[in-house]
Design a binder for this molecule. Structure first.
Ligand SMILES: Cc1cc2nc3c(=O)[nH]c(=O)nc-3n(C[C@H](O)[C@H](O)[C@H](O)COP(=O)(O)OP(=O)(O)OC[C@H]3O[C@@H](n4cnc5c(N)ncnc54)[C@H](O)[C@@H]3O)c2cc1C
Length: 115
């Protein structure tokens, strides 16, 4: 239970940070073309975390959470489409893999070391 609560809190913090960052960057004034990889990563990770968090909350709450008028059941249903629209995650994961595998191995290692 503690592990699930800690993970929920962590997911909330990460998703909120991504939203703040996106809100700051996504502006018609900015050239967003070079940020395609970053956008795909943020979209897929955030939406997967939303669904994972809702499933975890449902597990924590138990049977009564399965009702659609409970936040656990409601969030499980409402977060699912985010993995499908605005670019389905399955396809975005392909695109992320394509970009990363197109970067030469030496550059990839340098990028990882720079993190
Ligand atoms: C609640 C909701 C609201 C929406 N709102 C809008 C909206 O406001 N405006 C709008 O324009 N659209 C909207 N959509 C549509 C949404 O953008 C599409 O449903 C989405 O792009 C997926 O397209 P599709 O449904 O035709 O599925 P398909 O393209 O038929 O895909 C079905 C499944 O196959 C997978 N798949 C398809 N091709 C590949 C491939 N090459 N490799 C691997 N996997 C693949 C997909 O990942 C997906 O899981 C909404 C959808 C939902 C569910």
């Amino acid at each position: 239970m503690q592990n699930r609560l800690a993970r929920l809190q962590a997911n909330f913090t990460i998703c909120s940070s991504f939203c703040v960052k996106s809100g700051e960057v996504a502006d018609i004034e900015n050239d967003l073309f070079p940020l395609g990889l970053e956008a795909n990563i943020i979209k897929t990770v955030t939406t997967d975390m939303m669904q994972e968090s809702s499933q975890s909350l449902l597990q924590l709450v138990g049977g009564k959470g399965y009702r659609l008028n409970h936040i656990a059941g409601r969030s499980t249903v409402d977060s699912r489409p985010f993995q499908i629209f605005e670019g389905s995650n399955d396809i975005l994961y392909h695109q992320i893999a394509d970009v990363i595998t197109s970067i030469p191995i030496r550059q990839r290692l340098l990028n990882v070391c720079a993190i």
